[in-house]
Design a protein around this ligand. Structure first.
Ligand code: ADE
Length: 314
């Protein structure tokens, strides 16, 4: 008798399945609503896994964050910032990974994200050495368009790099990994704290630990350089030496680098963040006009950028 009561009391906890059915009825998803497939990516605090919703058949990328690990490394705030940033960005732009829902169990946080079936832009650049001018133009235009939206929503990414630019089934980009994202409060236009990957870090971050929307423009310049040249704009033998090069603006274009692309890179890789092309108008209603109007983008149709077919990757 005693045994039975004990079992009964414990039952809900030892039967996560029935619990999840119940919560499903309440509109809340749980891990048992998904069939988990292959691992898409692994970060320091998370694993991204391809998963299919058993009720709808829809496929997603689910980011699973380990609660224990987050707590031990004092990164719970970072995970919350990522969620809040994604919520803020909503479903308003095709070039940004959308957060469909979140749930948690005893051990993990789950972020249900758009699945980008064609992986990271980084692996395409690596595989092919560099991208054609047509592809580089297309992907940098999509990046600029998505950035404009993001900045208008008051969000800075702070770790833009080809690893964080995913390609969907139509080979269009989706910006991901907002773990370093920052929502600027009303009136604030700069944020302190150090983040970012050495090769794409803007000089103002190294010099006075300040980032602004313009730091994402610097990264855009680095990414455009890398797509065309097939190598980093700034690369030293160590992180420290890379930073030294960034501070000195010590980089050079390889032979044959397209002249218009070169001009654009030179207008983005500017030490003073306020002087980068498009910086004065970032997030303002004039739509980053100066940047969009640069001759490098003259053949881009901004209105059909997300519906036109992507150029063949080459
Ligand atoms: N790797 C990391 N995030 C991903 C996503 N949303 N889709 C596909 N692969 C990913």
């Amino acid at each position: 008798d005693k045994e039975d009561r004990h079992t009964e009391l414990r039952a809900p906890r030892s039967r996560p399945h029935s619990r999840s059915r119940n919560s499903s009825v309440n509109g809340r998803l749980s891990a048992s609503d998904f069939d988990f497939g292959r691992v898409l990516g692994e970060g320091s605090y998370s694993t991204v896994i391809q998963a299919r919703n058993l009720n709808t058949g829809n496929e997603y990328a689910i980011k699973v964050l380990d609660k224990g690990h987050l707590k031990r490394k004092d990164k719970t705030e970072t995970a919350l910032a990522e969620k809040n940033t994604l919520v803020r960005l909503g479903s308003g732009h095709p070039g940004i990974v959308r957060l469909h829902s979140t749930f948690q169990d005893e051990w993990s946080l789950f972020f249900v994200l758009d699945l980008a079936r064609n992986g990271e832009l980084q692996s395409r650049i690596s595989r092919m050495g560099s991208l054609s001018l047509t592809c580089s133009r297309y992907y940098s235009a999509q990046l600029v368009d998505a950035l404009d939206y993001m900045h208008q929503k008051g969000v800075i990414h702070r770790d833009l790099k080809p690893e964080n630019l995913l390609l969907d089934d139509k080979f269009r980009i989706k910006i991901t990994d907002f773990g370093t994202g920052k929502i600027l409060g009303p009136g604030a236009d700069r944020a302190k704290t150090f983040v970012g990957t050495a090769q794409y870090v803007a000089p103002e971050l190294l010099e006075n630990s300040e980032t602004s929307k313009s730091s994402d423009l610097w990264a855009t310049g680095c990414i455009l350089f890398q797509m065309i040249a097939g190598k980093f704009a700034f690369q030293g033998l160590s992180e420290y030496l890379t930073w030294e090069k960034i501070k000195r603006l010590d980089y050079s274009f390889p032979e044959g680098f397209d002249e218009e692309a070169k001009d654009l890179v030179q207008k983005l890789l500017v030490r003073d963040p306020t002087q980068r092309l498009g910086a004065g108008e970032l997030g303002s209603s004039n739509d980053m006009k100066a940047l969009r109007s640069h001759p490098f983008f003259s053949t881009v149709n901004w209105a059909t950028l997300w519906t036109d077919p992507a150029p063949p990757l080459q």
